[in-house]
Write a protein that binds this ligand. Structure first.
Ligand code: HEC
Ligand code: HEC
Length: 296
């Protein structure tokens, strides 16, 4: 420790820069006295004070039993609860209207319609997009909800019934339950007959590479398939039998896919949402799906 007096005596003005030295010197190298500007030091201490005050006012310090609560007891969880309550209060009137209005009334009223679409879109993203895709475009085995081709019907009430009760959902008594028989697996038709039928069905949709329809194919179709898919193959929404004459295929229009359908039958499973979602959400979803493009 160099003694102070000795140091003071060594303070001088640096000839080169004109700045006083601190008096510290190491092997002939001297330190210039250039303190931080006042304003900077003050700002620094203010921020330190601010930080300390902040941790006193707001919950900050961990303690053995949890943490400090801050001067006013504010916390983000309470704030969220307050905001949610506030939202429920402001939305209550529109939700009450959604609850009491029929689906047709909701569609006819622009305010209710836009509220229902908003609630429906959110519920769709949470519950339906996993199977039907983000925009409802579907995928193999999962119905496209954008087009105007409906397996179980595209009227508002039909859509609602499908959402409420699902398809082939065993725990719901009102679920859409009819399925396509497994003609091959259950030995109802021979592989040859199935192949002829596949060719025949493909003529309905006028697919580019189809063979000409045969009388044998027609008879097999009339005997085995027409009851559900209709004489002309236009399908039946009561039975969930898809239209076979259009370009929209649930599973695919190539011959091997159609053969596998006829062989294995069955049908896609769609959950019954009345078990999980409340009435308003289901109404909103029906409106949303109906408005996706192909509502009838
Ligand atoms: C686990 C997968 C899955 C989820 C999740 C799902 N669906 Fe489905 N949905 C299906 C399948 C599979 C079908 C086709 C049923 C069939 O083949 O008969 C279907 C069919 C439908 C249909 C009938 C389409 C038509 O052409 O008639 C509607 C409407 C529908 N779903 C709406 C919804 C809504 C709304 C939700 C969300 C609340 C939802 N789905 C969630 C699998 C699902
Ligand atoms: C009891 C009613 C019923 C009968 C009879 C029936 N089907 Fe189906 N078929 C259905 C149902 C229901 C579906 C839809 C399955 C699903 O939703 O996953 C279907 C689906 C199909 C599909 C798939 C359509 C697509 O869009 O991918 C084809 C192809 C088909 N049937 C052909 C036939 C042929 C050929 C016969 C006669 C041998 C036949 N069906 C008899 C009810 C029937």
């Amino acid at each position: 420790m160099p003694d102070k007096k000795h140091e003071k005596s060594k303070v001088r003005i640096d000839a080169h820069s004109g700045v006083p030295t601190t008096g510290h010197e190491w092997d002939g190298i001297e330190e210039l006295n250039t303190p931080l500007p006042r304003w900077w030091v003050w700002t620094f201490w203010l921020t330190v004070l601010w930080a300390i005050a902040y941790t006193i006012v707001y919950p900050a310090w961990p303690t053995l039993s949890g943490g400090t609560h801050g001067l006013f007891g504010w916390n983000s969880r309470n704030q969220l609860t307050q905001e949610v309550t506030q939202l429920q209060v402001t939305r209550a009137p529109i939700f009450a209207k959604l609850k009491n209005a029929s689906l047709e009334e909701i569609e006819a009223n622009p305010d209710l319609l836009s509220a229902a679409r908003m609630v429906g879109a959110a519920a769709f993203a949470n519950n339906c997009a996993a199977c039907h895709g983000a925009g409802g475009a579907g995928s193999k085995g999962y119905a496209n909800l954008n087009d105007d081709d409906w397996i179980w019907g595209g009227h508002l009430n039909e859509i609602r019934a499908t959402i409420e009760h699902g398809a082939r959902w065993e725990t719901d008594k009102a679920t859409h339950s009819s399925s396509m028989p497994a003609f091959g697996r259950d030995g109802l038709l021979t592989p040859d007959q199935i192949s002829i039928l596949a060719d025949h069905v493909r003529t309905f949709a006028e697919l580019p590479d189809t063979v000409a329809p045969t009388a044998e194919g027609q008879k097999l179709y009339d005997d085995n398939c027409a009851a559900c898919h209709g004489i002309e193959g236009k399908g039946n929404t009561e039975l969930g039998a898809p239209n076979l004459t259009d370009a929209i295929w649930l599973y695919g229009s190539d011959k091997p896919t159609i053969i596998s359908r006829i062989k294995n039958g069955g049908g896609g499973v769609m959950p019954a949402w009345s078990e999980k979602l409340d009435e308003i959400t289901i109404k909103a979803l029906s409106i949303y799906v109906h408005s996706l493009g192909g509502g009838q």
